[in-house]
Ligand binder design. Sequence first.
Ligand code: G3P
Ligand code: MG
Length: 241
Amino acid sequence: MEIYAHRGSSGTHPENTIAAFQEAARLPIQGVELDVHLSKDGELVVIHDEKINRTSKGKGFVKDMTLAELKAFDFGSWFSDDFKGQTIPTLREVLELFADTSHHLNIELKSDMFPYPGMVGKVVALVEEMEFDTRVVLSSFDHESIRAAKQVAPHLETAPLFKEVLVDPLDYMYNVPADALHLYFRTAFRPSIQEALKTGAIIRTYTVNKEKDAEALRDIGVSAIFTDFPEKMIPYAIKKS
Ligand code: G3P
Ligand code: MG
C-alpha cells in the first residue's frame, strides 16, 4: 500500500506550505496530496480552504485576492511559531520542489465551491510544462472538473473524490470517465468497494491517521492512503507475512 502525505506532512508541519512539502519530500513515501485554488489574478495557489482565515492571520476569499496580496500573509504561525514566515505556495513552486524526487503528486482541484473558470486548463498546462505527466493524479469533489481534465488531457490520471457510500462504483468511475477512485476511508470497507478492489481497481482513501485503520485498509488491498502523519504510517503500509 502506498502512502501519500495529505496536504504535505500536515500533522507535523503547517498544511500546504513549503515546510510541509519539504518534510514529505524527505520521506521514503510514494506521494503527496495538495489542494489548488485560483487567485483573483488567475494564479494557481496551494491552500485547502476557499478562505485564508483558518491558516493565516488574514481574512477573505482566495478568489478575491491577487497572488501578491496572498503572499503578504503568514501561513505558518497559526500552526506554530517555529513556522513563522511560511507563505502560500504557488502550484509551480510545489512542482519545482518535487522536480528531482520520485514522489507522485495528487493535485486536488478545489473547484466544488467556486467553479474557477480556466483552472483545469492551467493545471494541465503546468503539469505538462514541468513534465509531471506520468506522476500526477488530478482529483476533485467537482466531477465536472475531472471530466474536463480527461477531455483536454486523456493521458493524465484522474480520480473523482467521494465522501458518500457508493453503489456500482466502477460504473460511475468509467462513466466520468476517470482512472481511479478517491474515497473517505470508512466507505472502503463496504462490499461494493471490496469487490472493486478485487478486480484491481485503483482506490485511494483519505484521511487515515490511525495505525489500525491503515493496517485494515492495507489488508483489503487499498492502493494508497492519504495521511497527515506519513512518517508514522510507513511501517503499517507493509503487509506482514
Ligand atoms: O484528496 C483527499 C482529501 O484531501 C480530500 O479532502 O477536504 O482534505 O481536501 P480534503
Ligand atoms: Mg485535499
